[in-house]
Design a protein around this ligand. Structure first.
Ligand SMILES: Nc1ncnc2c1ncn2[C@@H]1O[C@H](COP(=O)(O)OP(=O)(O)OP(=O)(O)O)[C@@H](O)[C@H]1O
Ligand SMILES: [Mg+2]
Length: 364
């Protein structure tokens, strides 16, 4: 039974609307040196800035001539290889637009035979510039994130190595010079007693012993400044108690941390308290200082607040800036409130990383 005219497929109309609606430039080209276009869709003008009529039969330019010079050889080589193997190809390359800009295209095509029985290539060229730019931006931001991660890890390693060196120096001073001087002080004490027992003048020995004890006190203070042994031996809460006890101002201490933390975290918080207390004594003209250490959930917070003149600003000295570096190396942060006349509040927050946990700087 013949098909009624109303249902005969309108192939030409279908092709025309396809050509108009496909989001790319449909083409048919020769298989010659420059792949001269027999047919080129209007979309090519939006992509290249040149009208489609320029390309048909290479009327004004070949499509090959708008391919970016750095990509031309590869496009030729890969297109020919695909055609020879009878495979479809999908190539991504750059083209240079009429205004000299560069756009990325995806060219998908395959070998065909035209109405005269000649070999040709049928394909579509899509504009993929936006996708390539987004990919490029994502690659750049991933590379940047990796670089920042490496720098943070390197900074944490440097601070951990420096802390380690400080612990060793403190141990060496404690076990070496300090012990020898203590032994000499005891010997002098013995000599002093014997001289006194023999009713001889012991004043020179007593003076030497007093000087030696003063020097020992200074050496202990120096060792404590390098690294407080109590911090490694008994933890942050005890070390803060000792620090508060030695401070030249009255210190109110609140502390609700029972467990031991990672040594880098303990050191960061200890040096933070120590620097803030020293600053309060040196710069604040304060009458009292409050030190509060609170552990809540995944965070440990340290607050040092004085009632002095305010006006603390990182940048003029190295103390507050060093704290900021130290805290961020363990994934923490420092905040300073110090309005003039209203005292200073130094606030540090760090992740509550228990001793023995893996070091992951930046993880809060
Ligand atoms: N508690 C405070 N009260 C008032 N001013 C402060 C206080 N802490 C710091 N400052 C001011 O902020 C500046 C910067 O402090 P920072 O600790 O960074 O350096 P510094 O104490 O001067 O020197 P460094 O700590 O390197 O020995 C200080 O010079 C001081 O003027
Ligand atoms: Mg300081």
């Amino acid at each position: 039974m013949p098909i009624p005219p109303s249902v005969v497929p309108d192939v030409e109309g279908f092709l025309r609307s396809l050509l108009r609606n496909v989001p790319g430039a449909v083409y048919r080209s020769e298989v010659d040196d420059e792949f001269a276009m027999q047919l080129m869709g209007d979309e090519i003008e939006r992509i290249t800035g040149h009208p489609a009529s320029d390309f048909a039969g290479n009327a004004r330019r070949s499509f090959h001539s708008v391919v970016h010079p750095d990509d031309r050889d590869r496009v030729q080589r890969e297109t020919r290889a695909a055609l020879e193997s009878g495979e479809a190809f999908a190539l991504e390359y750059r083209i240079v637009t009429a205004t000299g800009g560069v756009r990325w295209v995806l060219d998908r095509g395959l070998r065909a035979v035209d109405a005269l029985g000649r070999e040709c290539v049928d394909g579509i060229i899509f504009d993929i510039t936006a996708r390539r730019s987004a990919e490029e931006a994502r690659r750049r931001s991933e590379a940047e994130a990796a670089r920042v991660g490496e720098l943070e890890a390197a900074r944490a390693r440097i601070i951990a190595a420096a802390d380690d060196a400080r612990r060793h120096i403190e141990r060496d001073l404690h076990d070496g010079a300090q012990q020898s001087l203590v032994a000499v002080a005891l010997t002098l004490r013995l000599a002093e007693r014997r001289l006194e027992a023999a009713q001889l003048d012991a004043s020179m020995v007593a003076a030497a012993r007093a000087e030696l004890e003063a020097a020992l006190g200074e050496l202990r203070e120096l060792a404590r400044g390098i690294h407080p042994a109590i911090l490694s031996d008994r933890g942050l809460a005890e070390a803060l108690r000792a620090l508060a006890g030695r401070a030249p101002l009255p210190v109110e201490l609140e502390c609700d941390l029972a467990e031991r933390l990672d040594p880098a975290v303990e050191a960061a918080l200890y040096f933070c308290a120590s620097e803030a207390l020293t600053n309060a004594a040196r710069h604040a003209r304060a009458t009292r200082v409050a030190v509060r250490l609170h552990a809540s959930g995944p965070t440990v917070a340290l607050e040092v607040e004085d009632d002095g003149v305010g006006g603390a600003a990182p940048g003029t000295g190295s103390g507050l800036r060093g704290l900021d570096d130290r805290l961020s190396a363990v994934g923490g942060a420092l905040e300073i409130d110090s309005a003039a006349g209203r005292g200073t509040r130094v606030h540090a927050r760090v992740p509550r990383r228990p001793a023995g946990a893996p070091n992951t700087p930046g993880a809060t």
